[in-house]
Design a binder for this molecule. Sequence first.
Ligand SMILES: *Cc1c(COP(=O)(O)O)cnc(C)c1O
Length: 378
Amino acid sequence: MRKKTQLIHGGITGDEKTGAVSVPIYQVSTYAQDGVGQHRGYEYSRTGNPTRFALEELIKELEGGHRGFAFGSGMAAITAVLMTFNHGDHVIFTDDVYGGTYRLVSKVINRFGLEASFVDTSDRKNIEAAITEKTKAIFVETPTNPLLKITDLKEVSLLAEKHDLTFVVDNTFSTPYWQNPIDLGADIVVHSATKYLGGHSDVVAGLVVVNSEQLAEDVHFVLNSSGGILGPQDSWLLMRGIKTLGIRMEEIEANTRNFVEFLTSLPEVSNIYYPGLEEHKGSEVHQKQARGNGGMISFDVGSGEKADQVLRNVRYFTLAESLGAVESLISVPAMMTHASIPKERRADLGITDGLVRVSIGLEDIEDLKEDFLQALRK
Ligand SMILES: *Cc1c(COP(=O)(O)O)cnc(C)c1O
């Protein structure tokens, strides 16, 4: 089954009993048992719920894994994965992982004795240098936020295999439509489904896909023990969003390419970060491991004042955190998502005050270009 068909026909579709073509929303907490210990697959909705299960089957198939799990947010999903490790274990992370992941690891999970290193995973040597006897996993994001740095998934998976480490990939930016880390050797894929998978800025959710029965048991044990599950209504809404993922990603791809070309022609704009540009560092690796470039672009408009001017004057770009929605979003990482990082460290990372990040949506691209230009030249 090809991807666009799988988005519609994958997982569990409809309801056998009634012929309903959409999976019913099982708004239920508990299930009648036929006898003590004799149930029909469901006992209690924290452990399992048929609507959530339909979503879990769908994401499992889309990522080509062994089993899927749905959580109440991307952070709940990442928390559950990290809770499968033990006190004293060490995990290596991409240095510019999502800010929420950094906060979770450095301010919450660390209190339970999980040790972490943050390195530039776009160079395998940095990962190798960080591996110790205690290292149990490598956690990678590619492309990253906001500079779209690329890590070679195949190369890291071989390294993980060699050292017997669990390889975890946050695949939020590429989505399973463009990139499938398990095919490249990853053991666990996580998603903030709040972004492209949901796609309509109306649901917060997280997904995990694992590639083995052992990992499935480990993650389900934490899910059932800690309870950060996704409810049936949101599970349904997410499946509804995923049905159009293919057509949205194709259109976003075309819009984004068009917008990047337009940015290239503007003298006010420099340092365009987009994995679809040949001169982008890591572009070659990205083209090898992904089928599309996504809708995220970062670029420099020269100064914090200019960035502020643009953000104040755009009409079709919504000034907001988050990404991957039908509406185009715009933000200034130095003043928003990355404000807590000291200015010098930001400068080292390349996150200048004039760096603007956009998430291209589904508006008519001519409107987006006109809108951006009038805001830039006001
Ligand atoms: C948003 C995001 C998360 C966190 O997901 P939530 O659904 O907001 O909890 C994790 N990773 C990446 C790459 C993200 O963009």
